[in-house]
Design a protein around this ligand. Structure first.
Ligand SMILES: *Cc1c(COP(=O)(O)O)cnc(C)c1O
Ligand SMILES: [Zn+2]
Length: 414
C-alpha cells in the first residue's frame, strides 16, 4: 500500500515523483513527502496502532515507504518517563522526559531517521549508504547499514569526540574524518553526492529521512494517553527534528486522532551555536550562519538547513527559542542524572537547561504539562564531564580508611 503521493517543494509547491531527490529544480526549495491523508484515515486508527509491536513502525502509514519496513525493526517507542523528582525540584506540576537515550540500537534519536532512510534506500535499490555527521548519525548509519548489508561511507569532522569515533568505527564502515567543521563536511558531501550514486541519508534521501523524526511526536501523544502536552522542548541542530515534531502533531489532528491541538513548541540551542535562537530573539526570519563553538557537538550546525522552518513552527505554535552556555549544559546534565537517573549527552543538557531558563522567564508556565526531548545517551560524550563531577572517595582496603571517608561523606550530608 502506498500512502505517499509524491514530493512537493516547500517554497513554490511544485510537485515531483518519489525519487532520491531533495531540492526543487526551479527555486532550490527543499522537497517534502506529501501523503494521502484520506487513505491513511481509513487504514490507521488508535486501535490499529495499539495492536502493533512497540517500535516506530507502528505508525508506518505516516512514514514515506511503499512496502514493508526493512531496517531498524527495533527502533523507537522509547520510554516517556514522568520526571517527578525534577518537577519537584523545579516547582512544576507535570513534567515528562521523552527518553531517547535508551531502547535504541545506537542510543540516540538518530536510530529513528536512519530506520526510515535506509528502508527507503533499499526500496530505491541503492547498495551504498552515506552521511555527513556530527556523531550520532554516523553511529546509526554505521550500525543499521551493517545489519542491512549496505556499503557505508561516513564523513565526520576530524575534531569529533574520541568516544564518538569509536562508536562508529566499531561497525567497520568507511569512516572519513574531514579537516573542517560540520558545515565543511556537509558541503563536501553535497559535491560527492552529485558525483556518486549513493544514498546520502541527510542529502538526497533527506525528504524521507527527516520524516522519521515525526515518530517522537506520535509516541509522545500515544504515551500520554492520546493527548498532546501543553509544551514540548526540542533541541535543534539543523532544525529538522523540531519541524517534524510539530508536523506529527498536526497530522494526528488532521486524522482525528487528536481532538484539539494547543501545544507550544520550544527550540533549544547552545549559545555557542544558536543561529535559530538568535533569529527568534531578533525578530527576523533570516537565519545568519555562525561558526560553532560549544561542547554540544551533536547540535553544532552553524548553517541549519531547516532553521527557517523550525523558526516558523515555533512561532506558529506560540512557543519560543532559547539558548544556554556550556556551563549551564554541564549543570543540567548533572541535574537530570541526580534527580531522574537519566544520563544524557550534551544535547539533552541543552534541552534541560533551556527549559529551566524558559521557566524562569515565564515563557513556559509552571502549571503546564511539559515534555523534554532527551535525544542522546551520556556515555557518548562523557569526556565533557572530566574534572567536573562530584568527588570520588579514594581509600585503602581497610575499615578504618573507609570510616575516615564516611566521616567526610556525612559532613557533606550526601
Ligand atoms: C541530530 C540530533 C538532534 C537534532 O537534529 P536536527 O538536525 O535538528 O534534526 C538532536 N539531538 C541529538 C542528540 C542529535 O544527534
Ligand atoms: Zn520550488
Amino acid at each position: 500500500m502506498k500512502y505517499v503521493k509524491g514530493l512537493r517543494c516547500r517554497e513554490c509547491g511544485r510537485e515531483y515523483p518519489v525519487e532520491p531527490i531533495y531540492v526543487c529544480e526551479f527555486c532550490f526549495g527543499p522537497l517534502e513527502a506529501v501523503y494521502d491523508y484520506a487513505k491513511i484515515k481509513k487504514a490507521l486508527s488508535r486501535k490499529t496502532i495499539e495492536k502493533r509491536p512497540k517500535t516506530l513502525w507502528r505508525y508506518k502509514e505516516l512514514l514515506p515507504i511503499d512496502g514493508e519496513p526493512q531496517v531498524g525493526l527495533n527502533s523507537g517507542f522509547t520510554p516517556l518517563v514522568e520526571a517527578k523528582n525534577l518537577a519537584k525540584y523545579l516547582g512544576v506540576k507535570e513534567l515528562y522526559i521523552k527518553d531517547d537515550t535508551v531502547a535504541h540500537p545506537t542510543l540516540s534519536f538518530k536510530d529513528r531517521v536512519v530506520a526510515v532512510a535506509l528502508t527507503k534506500a533499499k526500496e530505491f535499490g541503492f547498495d551504498t549508504v552515506a552521511c555527513a555527521s556530527t556523531g550520532n548519525l554516523a553511529h546509526a548509519v554505521s550500525a543499521h547499514g551493517a545489519k542491512a548489508g549496505f556499503k557505508r561511507f561516513i564523513f565526520i569532522p576530524a575534531t569529533l569526540e574520541q568516544s564518538k569515533i569509536v562508536a562508529s568505527i566499531v561497525y567497520e564502515p568507511n569512516l572519513v574524518a574531514v579537516d573542517g567543521n560540520y558545515d565543511d563536511v556537509n558541503r563536501l558531501c553535497s559535491e560527492i553526492a552529485n558525483k556518486y550514486k549513493w544514498a546520502f541519508v541527510n542529502i538526497n534521501i533527506r525528504p524521507f529521512y527527516a520524516e522519521g523524526s515525526k515518530t517522537i511526536g506520535f509516541e509522545i501523544v500515544e504515551q500520554l494517553g492520546w493527548k498532546a502536552p501543553d509544551s514540548i522542548v526540542v533541541p535543534c541542530a539543523s532544525g529538522s527534528l523540531l519541524t517534524k515534531v510539530w508536523k506529527a502533531l498536526k497530522e494526528f489532528k488532521e486524522l482525528g486522532i487528536l481532538k484539539n491541538l494547543e501545544t507550544k513548541i520550544y527550540g533549544a540551542q547552545a549559545t555557542g551555536c544558536s543561529p535559530i535562537s538568535t533569529a527568534f530573539k531578533q525578530g527576523t526570519d533570516v537565519i545568519r550562519p555562525v561558526k560553532p563553538n560549544t561542547i554540544a557537538k551533536s547540535l553544532a550546525i552553524g548553517n541549519p538547513a531547516d532553521g527557517y522552518y523550525a523558526l516558523q513552527a515555533v512561532k506558529e505554535s506560540g512557543g519560543a527559542m532559547e539558548d544556554v552556555s556550556d556551563e549551564e549544559i554541564i549543570d543540567a546534565i548533572k541535574l537530570l542524572a541526580k534527580t531522574e537517573g537519566i544520563f544524557t549527552e550534551t544535547a539533552g543538557g541543552v534541552t534541560v537547561a533551556c527549559y529551566i531558563k524558559l521557566l524562569k522567564e515565564g515563557k513556559i508556565d509552571k502549571k503546564d504539562t511539559t515534555v523534554l526531548c532527551i535525544t542522546g545517551n551520556g556515555l557518548k560524550t562523557s569526556e565533557v564531564l572530566n574534572g567536573r563531577t562530584a568527588e570520588v572517595y579514594q581509600i585503602k582496603p581497610n575499615l578504618a580508611s573507609f570510616e575516615e571517608a564516611l566521616k567526610r561523606i556525612n559532613e557533606r550530608g550526601r
